[in-house]
Design a protein around this ligand. Sequence first.
Ligand SMILES: [Zn+2]
Length: 198
Amino acid sequence: MSRTQCPRCQRPQSHCLCPLIPSLDSRTRVLLLQHPSEVNHALNTARLAALGLNNAELIVGEVFEDLPRLLNQPGYQAQLLFPADDARPLQAYAPCDEPLLLVVPDGTWRKARKLLHLNPLLAALPRVTLAEGGVSRYRLRKAPGPGALSTVEAIVQALQVLEAPASFEGLLRPFEALIEGQIAAMGEEVFRRNHAGK
Ligand SMILES: [Zn+2]
């Protein structure tokens, strides 16, 4: 069975999320670097974040040849959203500071670490972190630990901290619909499996 895909959100046309994707402006620029293994994942939340933010870019790859240009955006200070002992909490940024170019590796922890390993410029960036205690609405995929967030949730939290009182909650709408759809599809599959041949 071939299903036509929406070229923008890459969901099946029948489940296109585009009407739910906002078009939000932000002072922060977001650069998403996605490991190729994430591209065809049904829950590609990095793509939803990139589509919903006007000042965001998503690049897929393992080795990013263009990194010097991508990281040197005039008027922005590049920071990597990734854990480290000396990572600075985003809460420490004042609104008057130079806007951030928030660089977000997208993939499992293992794949994200690999991206850092393969791109020394990335690994050398100063790091920022979110406050502890973020609760994920992401119930389907095994998270690497308590409080672990999906990529779009992490970006929403980061922007809420950096640009309060602006709200970026709208970015979560297509994500929530996606999750509801996944749960419904899973239910259907379980139902079919249990009732097969009866
Ligand atoms: Zn679409």
